[in-house]
Design a protein around this ligand. Structure first.
Ligand SMILES: NC(=O)c1ccc[n+]([C@@H]2O[C@H](COP(=O)([O-])OP(=O)(O)OC[C@H]3O[C@@H](n4cnc5c(N)ncnc54)[C@H](OP(=O)(O)O)[C@@H]3O)[C@@H](O)[C@H]2O)c1
Length: 336
């Protein structure tokens, strides 16, 4: 079967196409014929580490969807032909997070990912793809969708009457915007691009701020909300946005701490958190249980993920290069 491996061979750009043998499912495992895999910002961070000689030989990309192709013994919940997606943390099925799950993140340091024609995973690591979604759409859900769901819904309890701040128009951001719109919550979107803001308005964003033209977007946000601020923040920027997020949070609001778009290790001044009786919710993707709950919501509300572009398997390196430009709106997908 064909696959990509991370590889630091000079000139490979971090990725090489390989032909390897098709994996066989053991007891409790399922083989999936992968139809589509999607990219996340994380995959750029991982590719950068390959250049330093790390992760050689690992299959990249956490996110993918496909069709069940073969079953190991003792698998009762799936049958050949079922459409499934894999959960980001193979081993986090339900209950609270444990740090031991980190090693099971697909396409990470120690576990192969989805940019391969066939993958074998435990039956417990899969969710059914909602009937209204294509496999290309379903491939966008495991990291970006589940992260937004876990933070805003499972932990953040967002509902009608809330106001959400969305930072940018990438994968996690647009899932957040779609959830808010489906709930009837108000959404504020900040973006580098007027054209992207116009598209965000069409998706239900009601206050749009260009953070290039208006670097003090927190001031503009406060003015637009009559000094109230927002109840929920998808904090995706990190050091470059965190203090402004803190200045934007409403009394009793929640900062969902997720992203590192401007780097790692924000050193925020947390004083305002206390005066506003606000919370920080730290999120690292989510469990199979979160994924299944999100899929029920997507089905109920007939939500389709926003796919910006799809690339053929042979052009996977271009998909990475495109994501790095930051010009995408929503998700970038590789079809197998
Ligand atoms: N904690 C977790 O488990 C977890 C899970 C998923 C993602 N993440 C993190 O969340 C972040 C988003 O991930 P993603 O995959 O959704 O990224 P993505 O699709 O690559 O989105 C990138 C977009 O973010 C926007 N952006 C960049 N810098 C910004 C800034 N300073 N202020 C506001 N927006 C900015 C830009 O949108 P515009 O062009 O519209 O400005 C850019 O196109 C990343 O840092 C990622 O590592 C963390």
């Amino acid at each position: 079967m064909k696959a990509y491996h991370l590889n630091n061979h000079p000139g490979a750009g971090g990725l090489v196409r390989v032909d390897v043998s098709k994996p066989e499912p053991a007891s409790g495992e399922v083989r999936i014929r992968v139809e589509a895999a999607s990219l996340n910002y994380r995959d750029l961070l991982i590719l950068d580490r390959v250049g330093k000689g790390e992760l050689n030989g690992r299959v990249p990309l956490s996110d993918g969807a496909g069709v069940v192709d073969a079953l190991g013994s003792n698998v009762t919940q799936w049958k050949v032909g079922d459409r499934v997606a894999a959960s980001f943390f193979r081993d986090w099925v339900s209950g609270p997070f444990r740090t031991t799950y980190v090693a099971s993140s697909l396409g990470g340091d120690t576990t192969d990912g989805m940019l391969a024609e066939y993958v074998v995973l435990p039956a417990s690591a899969l969710v059914a793809v909602p009937a209204h979604l294509s496999l290309v759409e379903a491939a966008t859900l495991p990291c970006a969708g589940v992260t937004a769901w876990h933070g805003l819904m499972a932990r953040g309890g967002m509902g009608k009457g809330d106001t959400l701040l969305v930072q940018g128009t990438g994968g996690v951001a647009l899932f957040g915007l779609q959830f808010a719109a489906a709930l009837g919550a108000r959404a504020i979107v900040i973006s580098s691009s007027h054209e992207k803001l116009a598209r965000a308005r069409a998706m239900g964003g009601s206050i749009l701020i260009n953070y290039r033209d208006t670097p003090d977007w927190d001031v503009a946000l406060m003015k637009a909300t009559d000094g109230e601020g927002v109840s929920h923040i998808l904090e995706l920027g990190g050091p470059g946005t965190y203090d402004r997020s803190l200045r934007s949070v409403a009394s009793g609001g929640k900062i969902i701490q997720i992203g590192v778009l401007t780097g790692f290790g924000p050193k925020p001044d947390l004083a305002r958190l206390q005066w506003e009786n606000a919370d920080i919710i730290g999120v690292t993707v989510g469990s199979v249980e979160h994924f299944a709950a999100m899929n029920r919501f997507l089905t109920d509300k007939a939500i389709h993920p926003i796919v910006d572009r799809t690339y053929d398997f042979d052009d996977a390196p271009e998909a990475y290069a495109y994501l790095r430009t930051g010009s995408h709106f929503g998700k970038v997908v590789v079809k197998l």
